[in-house]
Write a protein that binds this ligand. Structure first.
Ligand code: FES
Ligand code: FE
Length: 415
């Protein structure tokens, strides 16, 4: 299939055309070239800890069931009845060995096979095996993070994640047991804006001083220093569209453990003790200074220091952000704090997400204004460098991540 748009004319190294944000044809083509082809984050194994647990998730606009099935496997099934196409499961989570369609009551094992028709006399000679639930053909799990791909082949998940695996490793170091447990439940925020505004903004260190300026004052944690011209934080492009806002250099400069929103190690003595027991005093202190990463894994997983975001594009101008508090195994004291901070920052009346959401909707409205038709991504081009691993880096406020995202996007849309 040839592209509907000539993407090489819409994406240049330091500017992109606004049509990429508002054109419904571009959105349709993104579905086939990004969401229904590459690796997409779906959920975390800790959401389905017991056999027969399931959660409803999505890959792009397509609803899927992530099931810890009766055989003990994690599988991704399409949440769609093969009879007449009804959406099969209406609940967001549960524990069941089978799913029964609410329309005509066909029943499927939680491993996907059709196990029974209602009024079976009407199906003499029919082959049940032809009517199994659709299945996401490839599933990959990295340290509990479950990704799916609708392509039968392609790069391995390991190769795809590449340098971004280090961010997931850094995240899990925050657990005394090296594991995440996403048990806090998800909030959903529906935003009237194209999904790529969120993708670009999550590791943007240029906007917070302005968009979130008031909260940094209220928090009195020094967090606003991360986003100033004097900051030693870095922006990084891992390749494959994965990007990072690396806070560690700035945290290390002040050397105070656990600084997210005014938290400090003295206020979490139980957590500090558990970390010390697990890693030894020196390493535990280093982990608590470094904190958890601020990394966007293309196209939809954002690890945001204290919470995790999942982007779900619904339409060219509509995106759902699914948000949950990070919860670490063996760290109840820290987890309580992270839940409170998540409600305060990105909950229904949260200060951070409301600020960003207003910008996303203004971004989208701005894209519809025809003059100028291009957006610019030149910030920090003259000082872009490489880190020891060869990844592009820049100052905290530089547009290194955004240029990296569009480089990868162009590859996907033209390959
Ligand atoms: Fe599901 Fe008919 S559509 S049983
Ligand atoms: Fe923001």
């Amino acid at each position: 299939m040839s592209p509907v748009r000539d993407y090489r004319r819409l994406i240049e190294p330091t500017r992109v055309h606004s049509a990429l944000y508002y054109d419904p044809q571009v959105f349709q083509e993104e579905l086939s070239r990004i969401w229904y082809r590459g690796w997409v984050y779906v959920g975390h194994v800790s959401e389905v800890p017991n056999r027969n647990d399931y959660v409803t998730k999505s890959i792009g606009p397509t609803p899927v069931l992530m099931v810890h099935d009766r055989r003990g496997d994690i599988s991704l099934l399409l949440n769609k009845c093969p009879h007449r196409g009804n959406q099969l499961c209406a609940y967001s989570q549960g524990n069941r060995t089978s799913f029964t369609c609410p329309y005509h009551s066909w029943t499927f094992a939680n491993s996907g096979e059709l196990i029974g028709y209602a009024y079976a006399d009407g199906y003499q000679g029919a082959d049940k095996s032809q009517f199994a639930l659709g299945r996401v053909p490839r599933i990959g799990i990295y340290r509990g993070f479950v990704f799916g791909s609708f392509a039968e082949d392609g790069p391995s998940l390991d190769d795809y994640l590449g340098g971004a695996k280090a961010s997931i490793d850094q995240l899990l170091d925050n657990s005394p047991e090296g594991e995440l447990e996403l048990t806090a439940g998800f909030l959903q925020h529906r935003t009237k804006a194209n999904w790529k505004f969120m993708l670009e903004n999550e590791t943007d260190g240029y906007h917070p001083a302005f968009v979130h300026g008031s909260i940094f004052q209220v928090a009195e944690s020094g967090i606003g220093n991360l986003y100033s011209p004097a900051s030693t934080a870095l922006t990084r492009d891992f390749g494959n569209g994965h990007t990072e806002f690396d806070l560690r250099p700035e945290w290390r400069r002040s050397a105070k453990p656990l600084q997210w929103f005014g938290t400090d190690a003295e206020r979490l003595p139980g957590y500090a003790a558990a970390m010390t027991a697990a890693y030894g005093a020196e390493r535990a202190r280093q982990i608590m200074i470094d904190g958890s990463p601020h990394t966007m894994i293309f196209p939809n997983l954002f690890i945001a220091e204290i919470q995790l975001f999942v982007l779900q594009p619904v339409a060219v101008d509509e995106t759902i952000q699914h948000v949950t508090a990070l919860q670490f195994k063996g760290a109840p004291e820290l987890n309580r704090r992270l839940r409170q901070q998540t409600m305060g920052s990105v909950g229904p009346a949260g200060f951070l997400l409301a600020d960003d959401t207003e910008m996303y909707e203004r971004n989208h409205r701005g894209a519809l204004i025809r003059d100028p038709e291009w957006v610019t991504l030149i910030r920090g081009l003259h000082r872009e460098g490489r880190d020891a691993d060869g990844f592009r880096i820049g100052h905290a406020t530089d547009e290194v991540p955004q240029r990296g995202i569009w480089r990868h996007y162009l590859d996907l849309m033209t390959s």
